[in-house]
Design a protein around this ligand. Structure first.
Ligand SMILES: [Zn+2]
Length: 371
């Protein structure tokens, strides 16, 4: 009897392995834990693992204890655990001096007068206090045993140009850089730039035409990332980031020259609907992204999921757009055939049963011969 049972189990295992074959590595952006009990969290994580998710980018605030608790449960479910904590966007905090916030081209602080939305309180990447705050924050989280990696987000300047799909939402035509969305013109940034290049940027009529000024700000973010990378690596953990696509789009919109960053992996947000593009555009962007890092770093293609597919055509807010169940396969195929190491879902909570069905087919497909 027991021999028969063993035999049956072996057959079942072989059949299920054969059916599933090679699998696309999948990450997902998610967060919590709110009031959820350990049992509830574990059930959720087990479910995601069963659906094919291999690792979470988990947003749970700043407290290392939260990541210790949640991380243990994510590991128990058999997934990687990366902590997803915004970088340059920081709300008011007794640990952050008000002078650390970025200043726009009109001399206004992002603390008092944030661009677009109330939470756009960006710090200046050129202030030493910004670095020490972030090094302490990420260092204390990287110290947590259960944490595999630190995931940076909002590691950039405010959007000096908004993605095309957002213009209507904010009633803006962003055909060029405007001073109220252009950062950082604090005394330290402008004087350091003057010292480096001899250019007094505040006296320039159209700063957007000064290539050195663009490069100066790409470099400020790059230097900050590379310093934080050292902090995290010294603790034996990996570090990665969510970035804008490209980096052509990333540089133009938010001043991220991420191909120069010392990270272990890159998660470009290839959110086609924000750029008024269809799912095939994900392939084009992934190709650029893989080439930008010479195929030397893993690129995980970030996919934005439509939470209510039936409403998409009537929905005005781009935040509610995203990939339909009929589009997710195209986006995954386009990512994998162009050299992505895997994909990352924004978010599993937005996935409908129809999404999961199409997703399962797409992740258990072998794309290796098309690369
Ligand atoms: Zn500054």
């Amino acid at each position: 009897m027991s021999r028969l049972l063993t035999f049956c189990l072996m057959v079942l295992t072989l059949v299920s392995c054969n059916q599933k074959g090679p699998k696309v590595p999948v990450y997902a952006w998610t967060g919590g834990p709110g009031d959820a009990s350990d049992q509830e969290l574990l059930a959720k994580f087990n479910d995601l693992k069963d659906k094919g998710v291999d690792g979470l980018m988990y947003s749970g605030g700043h407290d290392p204890e939260t990541y210790k608790r949640v991380g243990a449960l994510v590991k128990e479910a058999g997934m990687e655990f990366h902590t997803w904590i915004p970088t340059m966007v920081q709300g008011e905090n007794p640990k952050i001096d008000q002078s650390l916030y970025a200043i726009n081209g009109q001399g206004e602080s992002a603390l008092d007068k944030p661009a677009y939305v109330d939470h756009y309180k960006f710090l200046c990447p050129n202030k030493e206090g910004t670095y020490t705050f972030l090094a302490d924050l990420y260092g204390s989280v990287a110290d947590v045993k259960e944490v595999d990696g630190i995931h940076l987000d909002f590691i950039r300047f405010p959007d000096v140009i908004l993605a095309r799909g957002l213009w209507d939402k904010y009633g803006l035509v962003m055909d060029r850089e405007y001073p109220e969305y252009d950062y950082c013109y604090c005394d330290k940034c402008t004087s350091d730039f003057k010292e480096q290049t001899g250019i007094a940027i505040k006296e320039v009529e159209d700063p957007s035409q000064v290539q050195e000024w663009k490069q100066f700000r790409y470099d400020l973010i790059t230097n900050l990332v590379n310093r934080l990378s050292k902090v995290v690596h010294d603790k034996g953990k990996v570090i990665n980031a969510a970035v804008f696509p490209g980096p052509s789009i990333a540089k133009k919109l938010v001043r991220q020259e991420w191909d120069q960053w010392d990270l272990d992996a890159i998660y470009p947000m290839n959110y086609n609907d924000f750029y008024l593009e269809g799912p095939a555009w994900v392939a084009t962007m992934t190709k650029e992204e893989v080439a930008a890092v010479n195929g030397k770093k893993p690129i995980y293609s970030g996919l934005f999921i439509c939470p209510k597919p039936k409403n998409k055509s009537n929905e005005k807010d781009p935040e509610n757009h995203g990939l339909l169940p009929s589009e997710i396969g195209t986006a995954i195929r386009g990512s994998m055939e162009n050299g992505a190491s895997g994909i990352c879902l924004f978010t599993p909570g937005r996935m409908t049963p129809e999404h999961w069905e199409a997703f399962e087919k797409a992740i258990y497909t072998d794309y290796s011969d098309k690369k």
